[in-house]
Write a protein that binds this ligand. Structure first.
Ligand code: GDP
Length: 283
């Protein structure tokens, strides 16, 4: 079974984003800091075109900082502006505002030169489901209101559009689909969870073997087959059913444990994998 996304939804979402774009000065694309490349919409640039854009690596509190820093570099080298945030705990949101002002400084200066009074920055937040768009918008609105509330004569303007744009990447790569499933962007009922959990095992054994072994008190190594590792987890955690491992419960457990951070701070997109893929493509 392959993970499908429905092009109809995407076309509609793209249309909506295009419509809203006319109303804003800047676009914030939220990606999940645990898989900044897989949750980034590479088609968005075509839609956004000349609008200023900032990529927000949200859920920074959940990622492996060293690995995610490589992705920040990667995006910055391609000319993107990147800001880390933890929207849930309102961390680094001031940085977003500062960067947005920086990006728009020239535009604002031009307006001032023409005698136009600069208005509040209007932005649009885009990203795949579950990256934290609503949380981010709500926190940012509160921040702005709090900043202006006790200054007389300042109107409380809503500086952000409060309906986030949901844009799914058109992924032709099943690994992206599986990562999006792990971060909760794709509904479980349209996802082959057995594949997703085996893929999670694969990623953990390659990059976070200790975390995997520690959580389940097992002693597997990265040469072991994924199914063998799943059986080890099943053996530790569930009773056999009619002599068989309880795969269903184990699949759910693995995915749930990832989503509740039981493995610790994990970044799913591995930078070396990208380099290896690029090398293979060149040969
Ligand atoms: P949306 O679908 O993109 O609008 O995402 P939501 O704003 O609904 O957030 C999805 C889930 O992620 C919620 O449970 C939020 O509390 C959580 N969340 C949002 N931002 C962060 C963050 O920076 N860190 C953590 N740990 N959780 C977050």
């Amino acid at each position: 079974m392959v993970i499908q996304w429905f092009p109809g939804h995407m076309a509609k979402a793209t249309r909506e984003v295009k419509e809203k774009l006319k109303l804003v000065d800047i676009v914030f694309e939220l990606v999940d800091a645990r898989c900044p490349l897989s949750s980034h919409n590479m088609y968005l640039d075509e839609v956004v075109k000349d609008k200023k854009k900032i990529i927000i690596f949200n859920k920074i509190d959940l990622c492996d900082r060293a690995e995610t820093a490589k992705w920040k570099n990667y995006f910055e080298n391609k000319g993107y502006t990147v800001v880390y945030t933890d929207a849930k705990n309102s961390n680094n949101l001031n940085k977003v505002i500062d960067k947005a002002k920086e990006e728009l400084a020239e535009k604002i200066a031009r307006q001032v030169a023409k005698g136009i009074k600069p208005r509040a920055i209007r932005s649009m937040v885009i990203g795949v489901p579950n990256v934290g768009k609503s949380t981010f918008i709500n926190k940012l609105i509160k921040k702005n209101v709090a900043n202006t509330a006790n200054k007389p004569g300042v109107t409380k303007k809503q500086q952000l559009l409060d309906t986030p744009g949901i844009l799914m990447p058109k992924f032709d790569n099943q690994e992206i689909g599986k990562k999006l499933s792990l971060i909760g962007s794709i509904k479980d009922d349209i996802t082959p969870l057995d594949d997703v959990s085996l893929y999670l095992i694969e990623l953990l054994k390659e990059n976070y073997l200790e975390n995997l072994n520690n959580l389940y008190k097992i002693n597997v190594n990265s040469d072991d087959e994924n199914v063998f590792i799943m059986e080890k987890v099943a053996e530790k955690r569930f009773k056999k059913i009619g002599g068989d491992y309880d795969y269903d419960s184990t699949i759910k457990l693995l995915i749930q444990d990832f989503r509740t951070q039981k493995f610790g701070l994990i970044t799913l997109d591995n930078y070396n994998d990208l380099l290896e893929n690029e090398e293979q493509n060149e040969n």
